[in-house]
Design a protein around this ligand. Structure first.
Ligand code: CTP
Ligand code: MG
Length: 398
């Protein structure tokens, strides 16, 4: 895209509708994922490859502490684009105007985004900008996200008496970010200032100027944190992050422990050297689970010089690891496991191993993959000296 786009992130409101539930703190400064809420909006706008920079608009009385917080956050996790600040105004539209004044002359497209919508995706911003680029030739000055309305909407008078019922199919509940040609947005704001117009979103100013603004599909999850009940959406588990962990383990064949894999005794008389029960597959799986939350490895949790773990059953170790994962807010959703061994032949027991691992993880069997392979007589597994296993675990972390 030839045009340079910047995002204005609005964080200068008072959050009056939420104040009673937040002890007076404005909603954009509530903590969410270890940072103030407004940082999520900055991060998602910055993650769009089409966004060149961001102007965050803060309340005039909080410029200094906000700039300090911004410097701390960008030092810890660089958003990759410049982030400027501006002091907001009394009304939302005054804050947008302040953001516009802070943008560099090279900027020709603008996204206006409420910091109170922390769940908007970068993909949404990108999609709106691409659509605007496509439609500007047809006279569009803006593209905004919206969803069909579920409730029937009434227009009422001051007493609450119904005046009119607009046809629902033609209604859209609109969201931010809203994408505009900078020149059009500036002109609409200038005319609003001159005419004393008020608005709750920028698109309505452009509409009033007779400019063409298109509604594109919004995102279901793009809620604006507004009322006390919305605060539940900011609780740690409401929006878990996907993560994965990798595990690898080896045991030498021989020794005294009858081979077990995934908690299943394996036919064929193979034995392994091990301090615990030597279930190489569950050991790799446990390391993969621990990897999902920086939990170290099983050697640290169950030292092989500790007599209490002599012959210890791996399913019991796994239960402990799952407890730790649960405590860290990690929910396992899938495991893909491979055993690498020249012998014994595992195909006859593959389904049994898959089902037992699924049972131990409390997952449906098709959320566990189990495979076995040889290394074509190469290396220590090929020579029948050892057996190894690898595991990849996918999880959601709240
Ligand atoms: N906003 C702003 N400057 C204002 C008013 C609002 O930057 N003078 C921002 C808010 O911080 C918010 C977004 O505009 O991210 C949408 O506004 P809204 O949800 O109405 O937030 P508040 O105005 O803060 O809340 P309330 O209306 O409950 O006071
Ligand atoms: Mg408001």
């Amino acid at each position: 895209m030839k045009q340079e786009c910047w995002a204005i992130v609005l964080a200068a409101g008072q959050g009056t509708r939420l104040c009673s539930a937040t002890g007076g703190e404005s909603k954009q400064f509530l903590r969410y994922r270890g940072a103030p809420l407004w940082w999520s909006a900055v991060q998602s706008m910055a993650a769009s490859p089409l966004v060149h920079g961001i102007a965050v608009v803060f309340p005039p009385g909080r410029m200094e502490d906000s700039a300090r917080e911004l410097a701390r956050l960008t030092a810890a996790a660089d958003p990759g684009v410049p982030v400027l600040t501006a002091a907001g105004g009394l009304r939302r539209q005054d804050s947008v105007a302040a953001g516009l004044r802070a943008l560099p002359p090279s900027c020709s497209l603008v996204l206006v985004h409420d910091s109170a919508r922390p769940f908007a995706s970068a993909a949404l911003a990108t999609r709106l900008l691409l659509r605007l680029e496509e439609e500007r030739g047809n006279g569009a000055s803006g593209v905004i996200p919206g969803l069909p309305v579920i409730d029937t909407i009434k227009r009422v008078d001051g007493d609450g008496a119904c005046l009119e019922t607009p046809e629902r199919a033609s209604l859209r509940a609109v969201q931010t970010p809203q994408a505009f040609l900078r020149a059009a947005l500036e002109e609409a704001h200038a005319r609003a200032a001159a005419g004393g117009w008020g608005c709750t979103d920028d698109a309505s100013l452009l509409e009033r100027c007779g400019m063409r603004v298109l509604v594109a599909p919004g995102e279901e999850g793009n809620t604006k944190i507004t009322r006390p009940a919305d605060l539940d959406l900011l609780l740690p588990r409401a929006h878990p992050l996907p993560c994965c962990g990798y595990g690898y383990d080896v045991h030498a064949l021989g020794g005294s422990r009858p081979l077990r894999l995934g908690g299943v005794p394996i036919n064929g008389g193979c034995t392994v050297f091990a301090h615990s029960d030597g279930d190489v597959l569950l050991h790799a799986l446990m390391d993969a689970i621990l990897g999902c939350f920086g939990g170290g490895d099983i050697g640290r949790l169950f030292p092989d010089n500790d007599p209490q773990f002599d012959g210890f059953p791996s399913p019991a170790m796994l239960a402990h690891v799952l407890d730790l994962a649960g405590g860290a807010g990690v929910r396992i959703v899938h495991a893909d496991l491979t055993v690498i061994a020249q012998k014994p032949k595992l195909a006859p027991q593959a389904a049994q191993i898959q089902e037992n691992v699924a049972r131990l993880l409390a997952l449906a069997p098709d959320h566990v993959g189990f495979k076995a392979t040889t290394e074509e007589h190469l290396g220590f597994t090929g020579e029948g000296k050892g057996i190894k296993a690898v595991a990849l675990v996918s999880a959601l972390r709240g």
